[in-house]
Design a protein. Structure first.
Length: 493
């Protein structure tokens, strides 16, 4: 597999080096473009963005260069060069900030024009916010700032070659989705771009990309297609098909070589792109790192667990949302999870009289319970949220509907730990949440939003509730395992 990838990389590199003056449409080239349309500075390929986040404290620098041979009738042969230089930085696990500045050089007949294009500021929100994952979705807002070079050179006296700035504030909103398999990754983009310049058409931009051997340390191969379509006063469409490769030169540095072909109303037929990507950690110990090393899951050290004695644990029925039986259902699920572990003996306090067995107990009440039944740990709390939305999901009235049922549950709980003499107590308070979802098939030409024939049935909603409660219990036990040594480490995430 490694040898195959290297062969592909060499083929693409040789293909990209070959360059000749091909035909171009000068009228399309001179048309101003939406400044918000930019290459990805974070994760992604050369044209298609990725929904995968960089991760908190991680960065990526990108230096991309694109060149085309052109012919200007008044001056003869020349060339256009576009450089994209920028950085992406992970503000949080799911939030990312990108900034890119294009640098442009046009030359023909011995005349030159050079300067910066409109810089682009991007903000991306991804779900989930963990690395790695097999599936990501995200949204990205791109802002084209009208700060590009607006001066005139001798080239402009004959109409110029390109407009360096759209001279307006441009906006793009993208929806992103990634699906990662073992040997190939699929990237999907779709977005709407609007410009304040009336000469720049509002465009729908969508793209699809495939990356092969993404997890290979030394080289990978990718292919992508991007289409830009405008339907306003006049129809206009441009497409770009690109083949490329990435080769790891050394730690944290990748060489990119691409060959792209313009289709439909694209102003040039073909171009060669090349550049570098640098990635690593900016927070903590700043350093460059292999791409695989940056996005490997962090392995938590295994916790040593050999309990010397069995502890008696009492779980009081949580108060709140009694109409759903929420507290009792949660307690039963916790007991089921703890039952296989002999180091914890869960006491059924419902069998005893004259002891508090439900509600959010105060420390004094918990101490009374512990002294009467010889309890070592008391868990008490209240269900703070139990939202059931049977009619969630996307819905465009009478056009399309994606039925979905959602349940979200919240729990505030307190763990009180007593010593053998019941004279000392340690308390820990925390809040956890759990969610459950169920989607049904897409319905076209759907009816009313409350069409119960397309939504989840009562039995299905109950199943989603159980899914949310299972998720909450898992999160609760994981939080306790990270806090208390007497909780088996099996519950750690």
């Amino acid at each position: 597999m490694k040898r195959f990838i290297v062969y592909i990389a060499i083929m693409v590199a040789l293909l990209g080096i070959y360059q000749e003056a091909l035909a171009q449409n000068l009228s399309l080239l001179r048309r101003p473009i939406n400044g918000a349309i930019s290459a990805p500075m974070g994760q992604g390929l050369d044209l298609v963005h990725s929904a995968e986040p960089l991760g908190k404290g991680r960065f990526r620098l990108r230096f991309m260069n694109r060149s085309n041979a052109i012919t200007v009738p008044e001056l003869g042969e020349g060339s256009i060069y576009t450089g994209g230089y920028g950085i992406g930085y992970g503000l949080g696990d799911a939030l990312e900030l990108n900034f890119m500045v294009p640098f442009l050089i046009d030359s023909a007949g011995g005349l030159n024009k050079y300067g910066t294009g409109d810089p682009v500021l991007g903000i991306k929100l991804s779900r989930p916010g963990k690395l790695p994952s097999d599936f990501y979705t995200g949204y990205q807002l791109l802002l084209g700032l009208p700060l590009g070079y607006k001066g005139e050179h001798a080239l402009d006296s004959i109409g110029g070659v390109r407009a360096f700035s759209s001279e307006s504030f441009d906006v793009g909103l993208q929806g992103l989705m990634d699906i990662h398999f073992n040997y190939v990754s699929l990237y999907l983009n779709g977005g709407l771009y609007r410009s304040g310049n009336l000469d720049v058409l509002t465009q729908l931009v969508y793209g699809v990309g495939l990356e092969f051997a993404r997890r290979n340390r030394w080289a990978s191969f990718n292919v992508e297609y991007q289409s830009r379509v405008a339907f306003t006063q006049r129809a206009w469409a441009a497409g770009i098909l690109k083949f490329g490769t990435r080769i790891s030169l050394f730690r944290g540095v990748e060489l990119e070589l691409n060959r792209e072909f313009g289709l439909l109303d694209h102003p040039t037929d073909a171009s060669f792109t090349f550049g570098l990507r640098m990635h690593g950690f900016m927070s903590g110990r700043r350093r460059l790192a292999w791409r695989q090393e940056v996005y490997e899951p962090v392995l938590l050290p295994k916790r040593f667990y050999e309990p010397s004695q069995a502890l008696r644990l009492a779980i009081v029925n949580f108060e709140g949302f009694e109409e759903y039986g929420a507290g009792q259902r949660i307690v039963e699920k916790i007991k089921t999870r703890l039952e296989p572990h002999d180091s914890l003996q869960v006491v059924d306090i419902m069998r005893y009289a004259d002891v508090p067995n439900k509600g959010f107990l105060k420390p004094r009440q918990a101490l009374e319970l512990a002294m009467k039944l010889g309890i070592d740990i008391v868990v008490t709390g209240a269900v703070s949220k139990f939202d059931v939305d049977r009619f969630a999901g996307l819905n465009v009235p009478y056009v399309v509907k994606l039925p979905e049922a959602q349940v979200e549950v919240g729990l505030r709980f307190r763990v009180l730990e007593f010593d053998s003499t019941k004279t000392e107590m340690k308390a820990h308070n925390q809040e956890v949440k759990g969610t459950g979802k169920m989607r049904k098939g897409v319905r076209l030409l759907s009816g009313d939003r409350r069409d119960i024939t397309s939504s989840a049935s009562a039995v299905e909603v109950q199943g989603v509730e159980e899914q949310a409660l299972d998720d909450l219990v898992g999160n609760m036990l994981a939080a306790m395992a990270g806090e208390f040594s007497w909780v088996p480490p099996d519950f750690l995430p």
